[in-house]
Design a protein. Structure first.
Lengths: 581, 190
């Protein structure tokens, strides 16, 4: 049946059709929906793992046990999973194992725009790269064949525009993969130096065989063009932009297998055209390889290293007609993302800003605490860094920073890689204050469950890690819980824990306001007779509050009646509308 | 047929998903090649968001570039103005007149621009602006702005009414069907 399908959903469909049994992932935009969609198939066991390293090791274990397995992650998640990655390249697999990694050129929802293709080359693992939903489905299935044929994990490399665009797919049926009985094989699976040293040449030999496969597979195809003045090598979404512009005018070598690359196919293609042009987003990965072959080409000298491509950019570089439109002749105010109305993080960041704290932040919705007017967070690096960097900051500056520096990390991020940082604080005893903003969900990626929520990926009851007990068990004696809607309680907690002469954890706990089970209060309104236009309520950056004709105004379609503004108003001007929310 | 382009723009959280779902289903049903690109993740949190819908004999790029949109359908006035450069010469903007202050306006760092409809028209764009929020409320829910806009778009789109009706029936939950059909009619006839 023909249907419109999101690239990530098509990849998930491919997993199902390939007979995958075990899926373990950590959510990360733009990879999340592969696992969410996979979880909807009854034949697949799917889960959210605490982080990508755990997810990859879980998938590896399932493969070892003899069932086809999968793990998915965003580009930066692959950094977390890099440790098992490089060595499961040596062990190889038992049943097929596929690792999806989704890059985010243009950084729609990421802290960097690293190019994950380098991992394929450095870990010596083959990588397939689909260019639409049809290929996402087909390549996911193909990846399992390759994984078992060549005894290697296989990458399925997505990017934002493939992962998050819908195109037409024709679905097939599931074919159960026969279970490959687990057999004890110490030489293959125990990577001591003595064993690993024997596995490494096998890996190199495998890459050679895969390179031979790359020469003949239809994953790499030439789409001919009459005008041989240039020949374009491209893949993924860049391929789509190229054909959008060129419509078959020039020959195109469209690569679906991005590692290892087909040397002879590239040499032959180069001979068939006057000039080679490499069109690829982010780094010159293909270009580097082509140059290593001693072939001349045009790549990053023309096409940017930064950001996303588009058809107009390709048209400009290939000297084709560029579309232009007319912008309004005035600068328009931007619309950056903001904390939602009723966001539980708002009250906490207001408190931290008011106390002039140095706030080292982390990855999640709460990173928006760096945005005006709160402008509270001063550092965001990677998952978990708030906790460990606060420890380092305090070790460097001692008393000078201990009394005003805090780490802010979400519940899911704390489970992902904040715990080890807290272990360092507990063990090496820095007088650090860690605030866990516990909104009872993984928020930014679109509400995934995590080990602290008590529910699994299907929403069924699951194990629940108690944050207070956990922190105490790690040796933190001062652990307290506050409601971030209660500004006075927040203020007291922050002041007291910063003053304490020992490590402490504050759990700022209230569920995300967007969760379906969260009941909202009636929206507020402003009594304009009382409002003096002092703008005290504007300090919290609530999208529902604005100033109209010198007085505060509440947008009742946005307000959820959280009442933080009420606590800031010196005139008691906010009143309930009494309307049912 | 040359590829046609529809952009659906608005503020994260306004719910443009139903509009793109409806259009995608309808165009697929009509036998076109279709691509729909969405925004996920951080920018959804109250930021400026855009969905691209493209259809034709063969669609390559999943996105729409500057000067390419046949239609811009906007849930919010400032967003219509922001994305206007993506309209192709002779393209049509269909926008709700709803205004949502972005954070720089909330904090007082900038002002919400005035007379945007007139300014867009003065720049040469064809603009159809209507109070979709009021019409949605008239239909029974402020959440039906989606269908009011689709109704208005249908005015220009050159697709038979029964095709729209069928698309609505297959995209909307049964219990909200009448409400959404009413919203569509109110938009179409406004």
């Amino acid at each position: 049946m023909k249907q419109l399908m999101l690239g990530n959903a098509a990849a998930a469909r491919g997993l199902w059709e390939a007979g995958v049994c075990v899926v373990s992932s950590y959510p990360g935009t733009p990879s999340t929906e592969i696992t969410e969609e996979a979880a909807k198939y009854d034949e697949i066991y799917a889960e959210w793992a605490p982080n990508e390293k755990v997810a990859m090791e879980t998938a590896f274990g399932a493969s070892l046990a003899g069932k086809r397995s999968f793990c998915g992650m965003k580009h930066v998640g692959l950094n977390v999973a890099a440790d098992p990655l490089f060595t499961c390249s040596y062990t190889g697999v038992n049943a097929g194992m596929v690792i999806a990694v989704a890059d985010d050129a243009g950084m729609h929802s990421s802290q960097n725009e690293q190019d994950s293709r380098h991992y394929a080359r450095s870990a010596k693992i083959p990588m397939l790269e689909p260019a639409d939903s049809t290929e996402a489905l087909a390549f996911a299935k193909k990846a399992y064949e390759l994984s078992e044929q060549f005894d290697t994990p296989v990458f399925l490399k997505m990017c934002t525009r493939i992962a998050h665009s819908q195109s037409i797919v024709e679905t097939g049926e599931r074919v159960e993969a026969p279970v490959k009985p687990y057999q004890k094989n110490i030489a293959k699976y125990v990577m001591t130096p003595a064993n690993a040293i024997k596995r490494h040449p096998i890996v190199e030999e495998r890459t050679k065989k895969l390179a031979e496969f790359a020469e003949t597979t239809d994953l790499n195809r030439i789409e001919d063009g009459a005008d041989k003045s240039i020949g374009i090598i491209t893949s993924s979404t860049s391929y789509q932009y190229v054909q959008e512009v060129c419509k078959g005018q020039f020959p195109v070598l469209k690569l679906g297998m991005i590692w290892p690359l087909p040397e002879q196919k590239i040499r032959d293609f180069a001979k068939s055209v006057q000039k080679l042009v490499i069109v690829e987003e982010l780094d010159g990965f293909i270009e580097t390889y082509v140059r290593e072959l001693g072939l001349d080409c045009c790549g990053k000298e023309a096409f940017p290293l930064l950001g996303e491509f588009s058809q107009n950019l390709i048209a400009e570089k290939l000297e084709q007609p560029v579309h232009t439109g007319k912008a309004l002749d005035e600068a328009l105010p931007g619309r950056p993302p903001v904390m939602c109305p009723g966001c539980p993080h708002r009250g906490l960041f207001y408190t931290l800003a008011k106390n002039k704290c140095t706030v080292l932040g982390d990855i999640g919705c709460y990173t928006l605490g760096a945005a005006p007017p709160l402008s509270s967070i001063e550092m965001t690096l990677c998952m978990g860094a708030s906790v460990s960097a606060t420890h380092g900051f305090n070790k460097a500056l001692g008393k000078e920073s201990e009394g005003k520096t805090v780490a802010v990390i979400g519940d899911s991020t704390f489970m992902h890689s904040g715990m080890t940082g807290l272990a360092n604080i507990a063990y090496n005893q820095s007088n650090s204050t860690v605030i866990i903003v516990d909104n009872s969900i993984t928020g930014m990626t679109g509400h995934q469950q995590n080990p602290t929520t008590g529910y699994n990926i299907k929403g069924d009851p699951a194990g629940k890690i108690d944050l207070e007990s956990l922190c105490k068990a790690m040796g933190i004696r001062r652990v307290r819980v506050v409601d971030p809607y209660d500004l006075a309680a927040c203020d007291a907690a922050v002041k007291e824990e910063l003053a304490a002469e020992e490590p402490s954890v504050i759990i700022s706990r209230r569920p995300c306001a967007l969760l379906k089970y969260v009941k909202h209060n009636a929206p507020l309104k402003v009594n304009t007779d009382k409002c003096i236009g002092c703008k005290s309520c504007m300090k919290i950056g609530c999208p529902a509050i604005s100033i109209k004709e010198g007085k505060a105004h509440v947008d009742d379609t946005l307000c959820v009646g959280c009442g933080i503004c009420t606590q800031l108003c010196p005139m008691d001007a906010f009143e309930s509308t009494g309307k049912e929310a | 047929m040359e590829t046609k382009n529809i952009m659906i723009v608005g503020v994260g959280g306004q719910g443009s998903l139903l509009a793109s779902k409806l259009l995608g289903k309808m165009l697929l049903e009509e036998g076109y090649d279709v691509k729909v690109s969405e925004v996920h993740g951080m920018s959804q949190r109250g930021g400026s968001v855009v969905t691209y819908v493209r259809y034709g004999d063969k669609v390559y790029s999943p996105i729409i570039d500057k000067g390419e949109a046949d239609f811009i359908v906007s849930f919010e006035l400032l967003e219509a103005a922001r994305w206007m450069e993506y309209l192709k010469p002779g393209g049509q903007i269909v926008t709700s007149t709803q205004q949502i202050d972005p954070m720089p306006v909330v904090t007082g760092a900038a002002a919400y621009p005035e007379d945007l409809v007139a300014k867009m028209k003065a720049s040469g764009a064809k603009v159809d602006a209507l109070d979709c929020l009021a019409l949605a409320k008239e239909a029974g829910s402020s959440k039906a702005v989606n269908l009011v806009l689709m109704g208005r778009l249908s005015h220009y789109f050159g697709m038979a009414d029964e095709i729209w009706q069928k698309a609505i029936e297959t995209s909307v939950p049964a219990k909200f069907l009448e409400l959404n059909k009413k919203a569509f009619e109110l938009g179409k006839n406004a």
